[in-house]
Design a protein around this ligand. Structure first.
Ligand code: LLP
Length: 456
């Protein structure tokens, strides 16, 4: 069965973010089913889902309550459009989202992926200033190494050269400021005495160009795809102050950090911040179906009100927006969050995880360990004392991930950073088992010279 499927895969499938040359030589995994925090492939091998199926799984796989919510909804209707009309679960879910998000966020605009939720935020902010009589506010600020998805608008505010540079001619230009990557401070400060020196750059930019800037895109508290970079406490609050001072819409992309991932329902809560626009996706449906949302204030929403003839309508909408199956499973997901006190459980268990992660400090090639809740990045370095990096071509993160896979856990690296994102439902016992694999994989590759195959 495996061979036949692998042949078909080779003939027809083009995988996301995957170098296909060599991919098939590595006997790629083909998943057939999942249960709890584990995935099972067609040959019967089991793996911990250590990457939460790209950072989105919440309650595990094959969850009876979530399955049932979908089948119940399916008995009524799978989908009808939200263009010019509404549906029951879309309304109920919008209410829940408005309740759960920081005070002031009130209106929910649906789409179907993190990237589209960002596209919507960009267009919304852009058009907002036209309606407010400041059409000169057209530019966006983004942060160095930002990642907001792979569509053209999201790539325009993306700042990871490896992913984004090839498309540069296709994109609109945005201003870039530094993200506080404290392990390798972009402005050469010592952590103990920095006083947020890198913020001066933001201050200067907004002072000089604020009148032409529409919005500022931020991955709050944790910058994910750049390598799980964590913001120091108070930094996000300062960004909020600066955006307010210079009349710039603060757009927080909580696609990765939202829904309990960092140990708060939304990462913005760490600094008590309400953005003007918040993007969310991934965990919204428990990781079951593609539903995303762009959530905003009444102030932004109201700017779009006018007569039909005023043409102030927000002319944007995806065919599958407000999909009933997706909204129904999202509602059940949020119900389970409450019943299981999941956010507090994540916060509690992440303290335990932090203790277990201490052990990694003893490894010779572990440079930095970054964690917010169940979002963890371990930066590997060739030399700990000088922080000398491994060469990109060495694929150190990829090889460690391959080893983890051999040992029974799926993870996916970001360059030299080993990423660990267990499902939020993971028990302490499951976390222990996963951490043991992670530790052995890092030690095997960086210290013991264990060899693995890795083409892609
Ligand atoms: N915004 C943030 C902050 C994200 O982390 C992501 C996806 C998105 C938006 C886009 O959401 P989507 O359109 O995928 O639903 N490319 C990396 C991993 C990216 C992690 C996913 N984040 C990799 O190759 O591993």
């Amino acid at each position: 069965e495996y061979q036949a499927l692998a042949e078909k895969s080779k003939s027809y499938l083009w995988n996301s973010f995957t170098q296909m040359q060599g991919y098939h030589e590595d006997q790629p995994i083909i998943i057939e089913s999942g249960e709890g925090v584990k995935l099972r492939d067609v040959t019967g091998r089991e793996f911990y889902d250590g990457v939460s199926s790209i950072w989105l799984n919440v309650h595990g796989h094959n969850v009876p309550e979530l399955n049932q919510a979908i089948t119940e909804q399916l008995g009524k209707i799978a989908h009808s459009t939200i263009l010019g009309m509404a549906n029951v679960p879309a309304i109920e879910l919008a209410e829940q989202i408005a309740r759960l998000t920081p005070d002031g966020l009130q209106k929910v605009f649906y789409s179907d992926s993190g990237a589209t939720s960002v596209e919507i935020a960009i267009k919304m902010a852009f058009q907002y200033w036209q309606h407010r009589g400041k059409p000169e506010k057209q530019s966006f600020v983004t942060m160095n190494n930002a990642y907001h998805g792979d569509t053209i608008g999201a790539v325009s505010v993306g700042a990871i050269d490896l992913y984004h540079k090839a498309y540069s001619k296709l994109l609109f230009q945005s201003y870039r400021v530094e993200y506080p990557y404290c392990y390798r401070c972009p402005v050469g400060q010592e952590l103990s005495s920095c006083a947020f020196a890198c913020l001066q750059q933001v201050e200067h930019l907004l002072e000089e160009k604020g009148s032409e800037i529409a919005g500022f895109l931020i991955e709050p508290i944790v910058q994910g795809a750049s390598g799980i970079i964590t913001m120091p406490a108070g930094f996000l609050a300062r960004l909020r102050e600066l955006c307010t001072k210079h009349d710039v819409l603060m757009i927080c992309d909580e696609v990765a950090t939202g829904f309990g991932r960092t140990g708060k329902m939304f990462a913005c809560e760490y600094d008590g911040v309400t953005p003007d626009i918040m993007c969310m996706g991934k965990g919204l449906t428990g990781g079951y179906l593609p539903v995303a949302a762009t959530v905003t204030t009444d102030e932004v929403y109201d700017a779009f009100l006018g007569t039909y003839e005023s043409k102030k309508t927000f002319f944007h909408g995806h065919s599958f927006a407000g999909n009933q199956l997706g909204c129904a499973v999202a509602l059940e997901n949020l119900k389970l969050f409450a019943e299981r006190d999941l956010v507090n459980e994540v916060a509690r268990k992440s303290a335990y995880l932090a203790e277990r992660l201490q052990q990694f400090q003893e490894l010779a090639h572990v440079g930095d360990i970054r964690q917010r809740g169940f979002m963890i990045g371990i930066e590997l370095v060739r030399d700990k004392s000088t922080k000398e990096e491994y060469e990109w071509q060495e694929k150190i993160g990829l090889i460690v991930s391959r080893r983890a896979c051999e040992l029974g856990m799926i993870i996916r690296p970001l360059g030299n950073v080993v990423v660990f994102m267990p499902p939020l439902s993971s028990t302490e016992g499951e976390l222990d088992a996963m951490i043991d694999i992670l530790y052995q994989a890092v030690a095997d590759i960086t210290e013991r010279g264990v060899q693995v195959r890795s083409e892609t």
